[in-house]
Design a binder for this molecule. Structure first.
Ligand code: EPU
Length: 337
């Protein structure tokens, strides 16, 4: 285990916020994590588990130890006529995994193409896009207790997946490092083109048979056309979640704002937060070096050398204006540290 001191995190968070950590360790194995837990000089210090850094806003220097998840490997656990069960190290890049599956003709995650970040973050927030959520292909995961160093298995049920949510964002927040996940992928495919934009993009692509490769390409095209590439412009995708309203509250809002964009959800009506923020006039607005992307009001970006607080304060202003115009309180999707 190599311990590094005063390490810049600028290149390790997709917002590109220039902060540093007192201690930094890359963890490749269970033994590495156990060595961090046993290390005397880390006693009592806060620990931050860092995956791909694509869903995090760092407001300050981190006075503790950062554990960068570097567990690698993709292996077939078993397969049958219809399915393949893949075990994937949490430190693998998510989009590379999707490309690997599409190339092998394993279906189920093609709609989740081009989502930034690493595999370990996928169950954390039950990543979802274009009509598919991770939980649909998820089997189980392995996680390391950051207190005891014990390796524990969590079934799909144990993970308590919800919309951009899991037990690891709630009761078990900051207690485990996810080290590997198992997915069940399909050999015979039912493509999901329920999301309107996919249908339109597939039509524009003018391909005959729609297979998982075509769906993946359609998603890549849509995402690249409206979501900024974090490698070019610092951002963390959607900054807020789409709020879920009670039916009666939604009806009230709809009567006042007939154009409101909404979708049915299991426990109410989901409203497009991007629409709410856009209606408050935020698209393309800047506040110092932080700003709201010109193509998507849900995406906050670092247009220069923004500090974490600049981005956070902008998000507060947005929250307040949406609350006063619509009476809806947005929730941040990005983890604030
Ligand atoms: N809209 C506006 N103005 C905007 C942006 C959006 O009016 O500036 C309206 C449009 O009418 C649009 C609707 O909002 O049709 C929904 O926008 P979009 O299709 O871009 O989807 P979203 O609800 O904003 C969610 C996820 C995305 C995911 C897409 C596609 C959340 C918080 N975000 O965005 O996930 O890629 O659906 O499925 O659920 C992410 O989590 O980082 C992310 C990008």
């Amino acid at each position: 285990m190599e311990i590094r001191e005063n390490v810049s995190l600028k290149r390790l968070n997709s917002f590109g916020i220039d902060v540093s950590a007192n201690y930094f360790v890359e963890t490749h194995s269970l033994e590495d994590v156990r060595a961090v837990i046993a290390e005397g000089k880390f006693n009592g210090l806060p620990k931050l588990v860092l995956g791909g850094g694509s869903n995090i806003l760092l407001r300050n220097n981190f006075n503790g130890v950062v554990l960068k998840v570097a567990f690698k490997g993709i292996s077939i656990l078993r397969e049958d006529v219809d399915h393949v069960y893949l075990k994937i190290g949490a430190g693998e890049n998510w989009h590379s995994l999707v490309m690997h599956c599409v190339a092998n003709n394993w279906g189920g995650i093609e709609n989740l193409s081009l989502i930034p970040g690493n595999v370990g973050a996928a169950p954390m927030q039950n990543i979802g896009a274009y009509g598919v959520e991770l939980k649909e292909v998820f089997v189980e995961l392995e996680a390391i207790d950051l207190g005891s160093g014990e390796l524990t298995r969590f079934s799909k049920h144990d993970c308590q997946f919800g919309y951009r949510d899991s037990v690891f964002k709630n009761e078990l927040r900051d207690t485990y490092m996810l080290s590997a996940i198992t997915l069940r992928l399909n050999k015979t495919h039912v493509v999901n083109t329920s999301y309107g934009a996919i249908e339109d993009e597939l039509a524009a692509m003018q391909i005959g048979a729609v297979d998982i490769k075509a769906v993946s390409q359609a998603v890549i095209n849509i995402r690249s056309s409206k979501l900024p590439d974090p490698a070019v412009l610092g951002n963390a995708g959607s900054f807020f979640k789409n709020p879920i309203l009670l039916a009666e509250d939604f009806e009230q809002l709809k009567s006042e704002h007939p154009d409101i964009v909404s979708y049915g959800a299991e426990n109410g009506i989901k409203v497009a937060a991007g629409w709410l923020v856009d209606q408050c006039g935020w698209k393309g607005k800047r506040s110092g070096s932080a700003g709201v992307h010109e193509k998507h009001a849900l995406v906050l970006a670092n247009y220069g050398n923004a500090s974490g607080d600049e981005v956070f304060n902008l998000s507060e202003e947005i929250l307040n204006s949406v609350r006063s115009k619509f009476g809806v309180t947005l929730e941040r999707e990005v983890n604030i540290v």
